[in-house]
Design a protein around this ligand. Structure first.
Ligand SMILES: Cc1ncc(COP(=O)(O)O)c(C=O)c1O
Length: 399
């Protein structure tokens, strides 16, 4: 049996829309992108969604919005020390300094008891990550943010379908940033999207994704219909709005072909989500028997986990290494991925910030002992049982 890590569903609707876009020769950001944004906003339960080029850009642009609200280059954003490296990269790309807080080993998410100690005069925002789709402790995070007058930007890259106390991930803070890369539940192949209830933030995001232009329309008439743009010279004679740059921007628009894949994906979203959730919860329920050697995350009654993947952490009691487990799973046909690293101490690029091994013990432990495996829609009960039986056999051989 082969259990690949991820999959993508490209529907007949996507293929039809791609064909139509190609036939009309309208490929850069246009009506399909706008349609995708509207549907995504509705799904998450927010007023606005702004599509961008990647999940990393979604993080970076959301943070870059802060410059319009008085933030200075070098101001700080608090993030968990354990995440996919994109979270830290995005903070730096937006012109901020990441301030790392260790995670809780049980939830994999930022340890909220340690956040306040990391707040300084320069802190402008907290960016929790719902790692592996498990919602971060948003009540506590929002309360700390309120007390210190900070914005909350959710890194919801892996949290499609995650629900916290009745509300969807991406609607729990001031902005939410999703990845739409192929490994994620809703995909546009490559892509990202920022969700918010604040129309002013959405306007700034639309400018940021297009080089910081003064243009902030939801859909550009020049791109969609080659029509006359009444706003183009509104700043005065010889002042073209498309060449007035109000802020330092990014080049991060989604194109029509990507939006077409996403629109088709949204049509089957419920079925994909249910299948993945069924797989994840079945694996979690049956994981108890591997304790104390291996653990995964737990589902609380007030949440739904976004079924991104199944995290597995090797515990101190285990008599085997991660490499041994990974080799066994891979040889048995089960794809694995490392469960990320402590960005400040295990990712070389962040070395210049001066952190040292031992500063983030929980993130570092997971960085050395964590893996994750797929729970996607092409897997069913038979494949989940195969995963569980394979792990069981491995443990019997390493008791
Ligand atoms: C937590 C987290 N943040 C950000 C990203 C970046 O997304 P992308 O790969 O679309 O740039 C990812 C990617 O999977 C991620 O897992």
């Amino acid at each position: 049996m082969k259990i690949p890590f991820g999959t993508i569903t490209v529907t007949e609707k996507s293929k039809e829309l791609i064909g139509r876009a190609l036939a009309a020769n309208r490929l850069s950001s246009g009506k399909y992108v706008r349609e995708f944004e509207n549907e995504f906003a509705e799904l998450v339960g927010v007023k606005e969604a702004v599509a961008v080029g990647s999940g990393t850009d979604a993080d970076a642009l959301a943070v870059a919005v802060l410059h319009d609200y008085g933030a200075q280059r070098g101001d700080e954003v608090i993030i968990p020390s354990l995440s996919f490296v994109a979270t830290g990269n995005a903070i730096l790309q937006a012109g901020f300094t990441p301030v790392f807080v260790d995670v809780d080993r049980k939830t994999l998410n930022i340890d909220t008891a340690k956040i306040e100690k990391a707040v300084t005069q320069k802190t402008k925002a907290i960016m929790p990550v719902h790692l592996m789709g498990k919602p971060a402790d948003m009540d506590t995070i929002n309360a700390i943010a309120k007390k210190h007058n900070l914005l909350v930007i959710e890194d919801a890259a892996e949290a499609h379908g995650a629900v916290y106390k009745g509300r969807n991930a991406g609607s729990l803070g001031d902005m939410g940033a999703f990845s739409l890369y192929v490994a994620h539940i809703i995909s546009t192949v490559e892509g990202g999207i920022v969700t918010t209830n604040n129309p002013d933030f959405a306007e700034v995001l639309r400018s940021l994704r297009s080089h910081g232009r003064a243009c902030k329309c939801e859909s550009c008439v020049l791109n969609t219909a080659s029509a006359y743009c009444a706003k183009r010279f509104r700043y005065g004679e010889n002042e073209d709005i498309r060449f007035i740059f109000e802020r330092i921007g990014f080049s991060s628009k989604m194109n029509e072909l990507e939006a077409a894949v996403g629109l088709g994906n949204l049509e089957v979203y419920d079925a994909i989500l249910n299948k993945r959730r069924e797989n994840l919860y079945y694996l979690i329920e049956n994981f108890e028997r591997f304790v104390p050697c291996l653990v995964t995350i737990k589902k609380e009654t007030y949440e739904e986990i976004g079924p991104h993947a199944l995290p597995i952490i090797i515990q101190e009691k285990a008599k085997f290494t991660r490499t041994q487990l990974v080799n066994y799973l891979e040889k048995s046909g089960i794809d694995t991925r490392t469960l990320f690293s402590s960005m400040p101490t295990q990712c070389h690029g962040f070395g210049y910030l001066g952190h040292k091994i031992g500063d983030f013990p929980n993130a570092e432990y997971i960085g050395e002992n964590g893996i994750h495996i797929g729970v996607h829609q092409d897997l069913g009960r038979q494949e989940c049982d195969f995963i569980l039986n394979t792990i069981e056999k491995f443990l019997q051989n390493h008791a």
